[in-house]
Design a protein around this ligand. Sequence first.
Ligand code: HEC
Ligand code: HEC
Length: 202
Amino acid sequence: MRINKNLFALALGSALLALSPLMANAGVNEMAKKCDECHGKGGNSTKEKVPTIAGFSAATLEDILTQYKEGDRKGVEFKKDDGTKTDMNAVAKKLSEADIKALAKHYAAQKFKPHKQAFDAKLAKKGAKLHDRKCEKCHSDGGTNPEDDAALLAGQWRAYLEEQFQLIKDRDRHVPKKMWKKFKKLNDAKIKALIEYYVSQQ
Ligand code: HEC
Ligand code: HEC
């Protein structure tokens, strides 16, 4: 009986080994389903306080998720459709480094779809000029270039952008020193214009 048991274990082991690439794939799809409950199908958000994460570079996504996991970026509490509350720190804590890598690759391969939102064209034009002078260097192509080491700004929901601008202004969100030097000089009117510019890109 002993031999049979060992043989069984061996057969099971090799079957699992053969399946493992498939399981890794199923794993990331299962995980992504959970993310999509908040971030929308393929990471294109339908909720105004949730950013679209489709089409960011894998490096940027890895960096952001690690920041949440380690508590370097504080997540904003969010109420799910089923009424339960959580935040990105709690979500990311459960992810291993390998999970983060797999998810980053998954969302980098999705297409970013800018949101259709009403906007004030005059204000957006002002914002475009400000952006070119102060932000374009790092948020290139109007904040649409995934190769920058930052989240995509163009085409995100207005409510999400407003929240992030406020967090940055209040120093509740860490950004690079060089960005802060430019950001801290913005008054409310300029912030409004910049947000209008990002919203206007659809
Ligand atoms: C309960 C809802 C919820 C779930 C589940 C969730 N997120 Fe989030 N996520 C948010 C909200 C809200 C924000 C924006 C506010 C913040 O920073 O916490 C966010 C922010 C992010 C950002 C930052 C984007 C940016 O523009 O800076 C990334 C990346 C991200 N989430 C990835 C994920 C991944 C990957 C998963 C699945 C493992 C996931 N999220 C699951 C709600 C959620
Ligand atoms: C020196 C480069 C640099 C400059 C200049 C810069 N940024 Fe950034 N910005 C970054 C980086 C890098 C991040 C990502 C920070 C992080 O998540 O740790 C970022 C993040 C952001 C975010 C958060 C986006 C999100 O969803 O996570 C906003 C909003 C933003 N920048 C707006 C601006 C605006 C507006 C300007 C011009 C006034 C500007 N930035 C200028 C580099 C820069």
